[in-house]
Structure formats: structure tokens, C-alpha cells
Design a protein. Structure first.
Length: 583
């Protein structure tokens, strides 16, 4: 019995040893498992301030197509570059390849040099699982996307030209290529929030776990963004200097609600030492709707007003007054209030309409105010370019009459905020003002201006800038509402505000060359315009011309030498310095 047990044990050991030896001698019997990536890249978008690259993988090499954002045209159903549709309602077409949005199952956002890289991926697993993944995503290529507060999106939210509003919960990224994105209060986004060319607004009480990229304002991390938004109460101090108020100092406190649940409120107060007047501005504006933007507001103020603000800003005018005893504006005091409604139906278009009531008051200029340079030169009188008899009539009207008017304003601007010469763009402004006794005004007139500017890139170094302005009126325009031409910002080479009238037209053209590897640029300009004191242009209303040459140091410092071409005796060239871009 014992011998049988020993025999069985020996047989078992030999069997196991033989098996192990055979396994060691025959490694080819088993294959090592290698994991295969379940995601494949369909295409990538690489974007910076100037270009968008579309990268499509392929054999033997990937295909890269570069588009300049200055050539981008966004329509309701498509986005095109130089007339070629790249994104339509079905998919992407670039480099001879077409990819449908239906193939996208995943989106990944990364960065290169603080610019976004968006990778669109698909999966090669079984069709049932891929179908479930795609159903968890929300893709609306050309329509506005709204995720309500009781919605939960398991995947990502993606649109090409449509805006996106998030009030609920999104498990992955939120991406609009060419639209705006708003993440509302209490909304949750567990991925990144991206708009390549639009604006991104994130409410203070929203939760964004990833990063935020906005093509309008630049990229910022989550914590930096939240710190900036916590600073909702701002204190600002400012000072101005002109020949009526002299030195005027003001302090401003403003509250802005990033969620737009509460109104934006501001209060500004200061004192003007030469005119011995307190200046103030109290106002609020409430955002009613985000997409399209709808807001309403009002203000109550006492300010030193000027209808020459379109020529230059108070800051630039202050610099000229302090340094060179040159004040290019004419002034009157306006005390009253205004109420308005603002609508922004699309990204670059803003409409504002409202009602204003003002009590006006005349102030004389102070000729002997302090300045750095100028010798014995004195500041000119207020409205000095007006004939003395008409000036006295206008002064009495400003002191005696109150003005109330309904105003409508339309602004369209596709320029780059930091560099208006960066790409081809449009900028247009239309203003209509109606004053009548039926709306508690002592005046009866209608006044309008239309200002259209075109920045046309001829190539990387050359830009043709053209501005056309038309102004007209009917009724009895007061002196401070008349149109003035000549000199700074209008017909260069002529005396400042040499001509006045009730209607005018003007065209300014500038041929600008940017020098490589520098902030220098040079330009040749031509100004032409006509103005009439009547309701129509007559033979006596001469068309005026001038030519000029300019040198730019950056985009905010410009030297110009211009000469009038009407054959006048005083036709010596005039020299101009500008501290801001105004066309």
C-alpha cells in the first residue's frame, strides 16, 4: 500500500515538472496583450491672436491648413475664410478633407504658449457603446444652445457659430468656436469653457472645474478669474484740465455685479476750481437678458459737456492744454438726467436709445491759465471760431433754454480692440437726435450723423483706412449743436473749426505702411469735405481738400504735417500731434 502511494506521488511530481519545462521551452504558445487606444484624433484646432490652424491626421503626413482670423466671416449657418466655407451645419472641410460632426465623440482642450489647442476625437469601439457616448453630448452647430437649470449633460456641449448658455450641469467641456458663452449662477461645468473668438462670461456663483479661454479677452485660469470678479467695488480718482473748469478733480465709486442679478451702480463727484462748480454723476444699469444682451439704465449728472468728444478724448485734450496751451474743445454745462435701453443682438452690434433732459449754462474761458510751454500765448475764448454776433446769440440760448431730446445710437465694430490695424475690419456709428417742445424742450430740431470706417489690409504691411462722415439737420440748431470742420480730426491743414454749418460730408483716406520688426509706421493722407449753413449745398459751399504725411510710433502716438489745397493766403503746412488713434 505504502509503495503505491509513493508511486502516485512520484508520477504527479514528474507530470507537473514536465508541464512546467514544456511551458518554458515553448514561449510562442502565448501572445502578450497590448492595449490599443480607444480614441483617435479626427482633427485639431490651434488658435492664437492672428491665425487658426486646422490639423488633420493622415498617412504619410498630417495635413495642416492655416487661416487668418482677419478673413473670418461668420454667418448663421457657416463660418468661412476668404469666401471658402470651412465650417457648415454638417461638418468641417479643410485641406480637401471633410469630417462630419456626427463622428465626434470626445473633445480635449490643451494649450501651447497660453493659446488653446482643441482636439476632436472619435472612438473605434463597438457601435452600441459609441452611440451611447454620442447621445451624452450636446452638439448644435449653428443654433443657440441653452442648458436649463434642471438639465444634466453627461458629455460635452459644442457649437460652431451659436452662443451657449449654461444654467444646469455639464460633465465635460463647453465649447463655442465663434459664439459667446455664458455660465450662469449655480451652474456647474466640470471641464473647460472655451470660445475661440467670442466672449466668455462666468457668474460669480458658478462652478467651473477646468480652465476658461476667451478669444475676446485672452486666456485666464480659474483662480485668477475668480479673484478678479470678487473685486466688484472699485474706487477711481481722476483729474482733467481745460480752459473753462481749469483743474477738475473727481473720485468715483462703482459697483458691478458679475452675475447681473443686481444693477451696476456708480457715483462720481468732484470739484472744478476755475468755474467753482461741483460736478457729479449718479447712475445705474440693469442687465435684463444676456443673449441677446438687453439692459436698461439711467443717470443724473452735472457735467462740463462738449459736442467735440468725437474729435478727441478729455485725457488727450488735457495733455495738450497742460503742455502747449491748446484746448481743442468748446464747452457748456449740462445738468439733468438720462434714461436708456441698450440692446446687443449680435457680438459686434450695439443699439442704444433713450431720453435726455438738460438745463444748460454758459461759462467763459479763462485765458491766463497755467501751462508748461507757450510763452505769452493765451487760451482762446469759448466757441471762439463763431462770429461774435452769432456767438452772443448762442451764449444767450445756452443760458436761457433747456434742451430735451430723444436719442438713438447704433454701433457696429469688428476691429481688434488692441490693434485696429491688425486686420480688415468695419466700424460704423449712426446717431439720431430729436428735440421738440412736445417732449419738454425749448428747441425744435432733428440732427443726425453717420460715420463709417473701413480698415482694409492690402497685405501684411499696408493698410488702407477710409472714413466717410455725413451729418445733417432740420429745424433751428443751437450753436453748440452745429457742425464744425477744419483742423484736428477733420480737414487737416485748415484752421481749427474754421467752417460751421447745418449739414456736411467728409472723407478721410489714409495709406499706411508698417515697417517690419518695429512699431514705426508712415502714412499718406487725403481729406476732402464740404459744409453748408443752409439745408442744401450751393455753389458758394466749396469742396475743401488737404494732403498730409504722418509718422506713427506705435498706434497711439502720431505726428502729422498737412497742408490745405484751396489756395488761401494762409496755406502754410500745419503740424499735429495725436496721442490716440481716432479714425
Amino acid at each position: 500500500m505504502r509503495s503505491k502511494i509513493v508511486a502516485v506521488a512520484l508520477f504527479s511530481l514528474l507530470t507537473v515538472g514536465s508541464t512546467r519545462s514544456r511551458a518554458a521551452d515553448e514561449p510562442s504558445t502565448y501572445k502578450e496583450y497590448t492595449a490599443v487606444s480607444e480614441r483617435q484624433t479626427l482633427f485639431k484646432l490651434l488658435v492664437d491672436e492672428r491665425i487658426m490652424e486646422v490639423v488633420i491626421p493622415g498617412e504619410p503626413h498630417e495635413v495642416t491648413t492655416t487661416y487668418y482670423l482677419s478673413d473670418l466671416k461668420v454667418h448663421n449657418q457657416s463660418a468661412e475664410f476668404e469666401g471658402a466655407v470651412v465650417f457648415d451645419q454638417y461638418g468641417l472641410t479643410a485641406g480637401g478633407v471633410t469630417i462630419a460632426y456626427d463622428e465626434i465623440t470626445d473633445i480635449r482642450v490643451s494649450e501651447r504658449d497660453r493659446h488653446p489647442i482643441v482636439t476632436f476625437q472619435t472612438r473605434d469601439e463597438d457601435s452600441r457603446r459609441v452611440s451611447r457616448i454620442r447621445q451624452g453630448n450636446l452638439i448644435e452647430p449653428n443654433r443657440k444652445v441653452v442648458v436649463d437649470d434642471d438639465d444634466f449633460i453627461r458629455g460635452f456641449v459644442f457649437s460652431v457659430t451659436g452662443d451657449i448658455e449654461i444654467y444646469g450641469d455639464v460633465n465635460k467641456d463647453v465649447l463655442s468656436l465663434f459664439g459667446d458663452v455664458f455660465v450662469g449662477p449655480d451652474a456647474v461645468v466640470r471641464g473647460d469653457v472655451v470660445s475661440l473668438t467670442g466672449r466668455v462670461d462666468v457668474a460669480k456663483d458658478a462652478s467651473v472645474y477646468g480652465e476658461v479661454y476667451s478669444g475676446k479677452k485672452g486666456r485666464t485660469g480659474r483662480w485668477h478669474r475668480f479673484r478678479r470678479r470678487d473685486n466688484e467695488v472699485r474706487f477711481d480718482g481722476s483729474a482733467s484740465y481745460n480752459r473753462v473748469d481749469g483743474v477738475a478733480v473727481q473720485n468715483k465709486i462703482a459697483y458691478s455685479d458679475s452675475d447681473s442679478l443686481l444693477p451696476n451702480v456708480w457715483a462720481q463727484a468732484g470739484y472744478a476750481f476755475e468755474s467753482s462748480r461741483w460736478r457729479f454723476d449718479l447712475g445705474l444699469e440693469q442687465v435684463i437678458m444676456h443673449s441677446p444682451v438687453l439692459a436698461a439704465g439711467g443717470s443724473f449728472y452735472r457735467k462740463l459737456a462738449s459736442d467735440d468728444d468725437w474729435l478727441l478724448s478729455d485725457r488727450e485734450n488735457t495733455a495738450f492744454a497742460v503742455v502747449a496751451c491748446e484746448d481743442f474743445k468748446d464747452y457748456y454745462e449740462a445738468e439733468g438726467g438720462s434714461a436708456w435701453v441698450l440692446v446687443k443682438p449680435i457680438r459686434d452690434l450695439t443699439f442704444k436709445g433713450g431720453y435726455t433732459y438738460e438745463e444748460t449754462r454758459w461759462f467763459d474761458a479763462q485765458p491766463n491759465l497755467w501751462r508748461v510751454f507757450g510763452g505769452d500765448k493765451k487760451f482762446r475764448d469759448n466757441f471762439s471760431s463763431v462770429d461774435p454776433v452769432l456767438r452772443e446769440v448762442g451764449r444767450m440760448a445756452i443760458d436761457s433754454f433747456d434742451n430735451a431730446f430723444i436719442h438713438l445710437r447704433l454701433d457696429y465694430d469688428t476691429r481688434d480692440e488692441d490693434d485696429p490695424f491688425d486686420r480688415s475690419a468695419w466700424a460704423a456709428t449712426g446717431i439720431l437726435e430729436w428735440s421738440h417742445p412736445d417732449i419738454s424742450s425749448d428747441y425744435d430740431y432733428r440732427r443726425y450723423t453717420v460715420n463709417v470706417r473701413r480698415y482694409q489690409k492690402l497685405n501684411r504691411r499696408i493698410t488702407l483706412v477710409t472714413r466717410g462722415i455725413v451729418g445733417g439737420s432740420d429745424g433751428d440748431l443751437p450753436m453748440h449743436k452745429l457742425f464744425y470742420l477744419g483742423g484736428l480730426g477733420t480737414l487737416h491743414g485748415y484752421k481749427h473749426k474754421e467752417f460751421m454749418g447745418r449739414q456736411f460730408w467728409m472723407v478721410n483716406t489714409e495709406y499706411r505702411i508698417d515697417f517690419p520688426r518695429s512699431d514705426l509706421a508712415a502714412s499718406l493722407s487725403w481729406d476732402v469735405g464740404q459744409i453748408s449753413a443752409d439745408n442744401g449745398f450751393g455753389r458758394e459751399d466749396e469742396v475743401r481738400h488737404s494732403l498730409g504725411v504722418s509718422v506713427y510710433f506705435g498706434n497711439d502716438f502720431k505726428l502729422t504735417l498737412a497742408r490745405r489745397l484751396d489756395g488761401a493766403e494762409d496755406d502754410d503746412p500745419k503740424f499735429y500731434i495725436r496721442l490716440a488713434h481716432v479714425l
